[in-house]
Ligand binder design. Structure first.
Ligand SMILES: Cc1cc2nc3c(=O)[nH]c(=O)nc-3n(C[C@H](O)[C@H](O)[C@H](O)COP(=O)(O)OP(=O)(O)OC[C@H]3O[C@@H](n4cnc5c(N)ncnc54)[C@H](O)[C@@H]3O)c2cc1C
Ligand SMILES: NC(=O)c1ccc[n+]([C@@H]2O[C@H](COP(=O)([O-])OP(=O)(O)OC[C@H]3O[C@@H](n4cnc5c(N)ncnc54)[C@H](O)[C@@H]3O)[C@@H](O)[C@H]2O)c1
Length: 469
């Protein structure tokens, strides 16, 4: 029986463990912090649970327009509804812990061995087999023989020597769930996906928010039109967005946090979240000794079937960089195990990955991007339809957002798209399906959508690119 040892129990690791077990391997997962990894315990699941609360707040704030008034005679929901952050965060933590337990039970039930501890490559690793050394919390080492090893150790928040979290008012995204009091003014530094999501969530919870963005617009990596819509909405709702503003340092005195920018300006608030990106957890794993190459950022180099440069050592997820998403980590882990165990394997295709920024409005994307089309790297026709013209959107009081479809000229094959709006994460799926199944705009235009529905805008956009009458 092939022996597989997996270091790291996040989506990259635990999904791989399930596949390897189903394919007949003897599987051990060595994990330091808890099954589910950062995705479940500190990153993805907690942030989306917090955002579930902030989404309800947004709906409540919009209620008067739809004819619902609260007891306050002013009818201004924002002034009468208050969030209890202690309760919200207790719910967040309980839900994350429960999900981690569920995953642990799922693996244990199948007979997958779980070892709590820190793993590293040991004797013979990188030569087509070898050992993993697991150090238990009591400090004892155990050597595990493996025919293949999967490294899925994830990443951790980046901080600066001049911006050190104190866990109370200067926070990484992992520490925000310890807050029990509502911050009076949250400064979010970094306007990537993490920064934008927290800034949007706290604003929706009724908190004053300043977003320090080093670029000229928020979400520099996302569709430019989508980022512009989001920035407009956030600014309209009262967020202070400081563009082209690079943080130099963050200091705290008593209850006041001061963010100093590189041009000397200062912003003061009650709390600050550092959302400066991630550092891969690739130190102390014995990677270099085993011949596993890292890139300049310290991420593990892998090919499309998750092989590292060392025979018998695979890697998946955030420790490999690229698309740092739970879904991609899970797929790369599964692919690694299928490859090692000789099952049919489809190499990772990042073209098919759909992702979502859980701001309000949400921004969902898949496939080819407009930036690639504008640069001439991809040839595609573009259609954009604003949701403001959609009947369902009008009924629901939705004014901001759009759908965009990219299709090959001639064949009309859909190669990508963007949705900005409420629940864009759900609305992107027909486009994602179209991209992975090579569906054309003609086929999408011919499908029935419910009337009235937001998805009607997808079919309408496809009709605009319809080639055959
Ligand atoms: C704030 C935030 C929100 C996010 N939201 C989303 C989202 O909505 N959707 C989405 O798809 N993605 C989201 N992501 C990204 C997602 O969380 C990551 O892509 C995902 O966690 C990667 O999974 P992983 O298995 O590679 O690593 P992780 O989830 O980080 O798991 C790695 C595990 O390895 C363990 N480990 C590390 N070193 C060792 C060692 N030496 N020995 C043993 N164990 C070790 C760690 O303790 C951890 O348990 C978000 C990220 C952040 C920061
Ligand atoms: N919804 C989701 O799926 C989700 C949510 C969060 C994160 N993620 C994933 O995690 C990965 C990392 O995203 P992220 O946003 O954490 O990191 P990021 O690296 O994408 O963004 C960090 C931002 O901080 C800025 N920054 C760095 N130093 C700064 C300074 N001194 N002053 C001001 N700004 C500074 C950078 O310019 C950058 O824009 C992404 O790949 C993303 O896909 C996904």
């Amino acid at each position: 029986m092939a022996r597989v040892v997996i270091i790291g129990g996040g989506p990259g690791g635990y999904e791989a463990a399930l596949v390897a077990h189903d394919l007949g391997a003897e599987v051990t997962v060595v994990d330091r912090d808890g099954l589910g990894g950062s995705a479940v315990l500190t990153d993805c699941v907690p942030s989306k649970t917090l955002i579930a609360t902030s989404d309800v707040m947004i709906d409540m704030t919009a209620a008067p327009e739809l004819g619902i008034n609260f007891e306050d005679p002013s009818g201004d929901a924002a002034t009468t509804i208050k969030v209890d952050l202690g309760t919200v965060n207790a719910r967040v933590k309980a839900l994350a812990a429960a999900q981690s337990r569920d995953i642990e039970e799922r693996l244990s039930r199948r007979g997958i061995r779980i070892m709590k501890g820190v793993g590293r490559l040991g004797k013979g690793a990188g030569a087509g087999g070898g050992q993993v050394v697991a150090t238990a919390p009591d400090g004892t080492d155990q050597a595990l023989d493996a025919d293949a090893v999967l490294i899925a150790t994830g990443a951790h928040p980046r901080t600066l020597p001049t911006a050190q979290p104190d866990g109370e008012r200067i926070l990484t995204w992992e520490q925000v769930y310890d807050l029990t009091e509502v911050p009076s003014h949250m400064i979010v530094v970094g306007s990537g996906v993490t920064g934008a999501e927290f800034a949007s969530a706290y604003l929706s919870l009724g908190i004053e928010v300043t977003l320090v963005s080093s670029r000229d617009r928020v979400l520099p990596g996302e569709d430019a039109d989508a980022a512009t819509v989001l920035e407009d909405v956030l600014t309209r709702r009262g967020m202070h967005v400081l563009g082209k503003s690079r943080m130099e340092s963050v200091t705290r005195e008593g209850d006041t946090v001061t963010v100093t920018l590189t041009d000397g300006r200062q912003v003061t608030g009650s709390h600050c979240i550092l959302a400066l990106g991630s550092i891969p957890n690739t130190q102390g794993l014995g990677l270099e000794e085993a011949g596993v190459q890292l890139d300049d950022g310290g991420f593990i180099r892998i090919d499309r079937v998750s092989r590292t440069t060392a025979p018998g050592v695979y890697a998946a997820g955030d420790c490999t960089g690229g698309f740092m998403l739970a879904s991609v980590a899970a797929m790369a882990g599964r692919i690694a195990m299928r490859h090692f165990l000789g099952d049919a394997v489809r190499p990772l295709n990042l073209r098919e990955v759909s992702s979502n920024v859980f701001t309000s409005p949400e921004i969902a994307t898949v496939g080819v991007t407009q930036a690639q089309i504008d640069k001439g790297e991809e040839i595609a026709e573009i259609v954009r339809l604003d949701l403001a013209g959609n009947p369902r959107a009008k009924m629901q009081g939705v004014r901001d957002g759009f759908v965009k479809i990219f299709a090959r000229p001639g064949s009309g094959t859909i190669v990508g798209g963007v949705v900005v709006g409420p629940r864009a994460s759900e609305l992107i799926h027909p486009i994602a399906l179209a991209v992975s199944a090579n569906i054309t705009v003609d086929q999408m235009a011919a499908s029935y959508t419910v009337y009235p529905s937001m998805s009607g805008s997808l079919a309408e956009a496809a009709r605009r690119l319809h080639h055959v009458d």
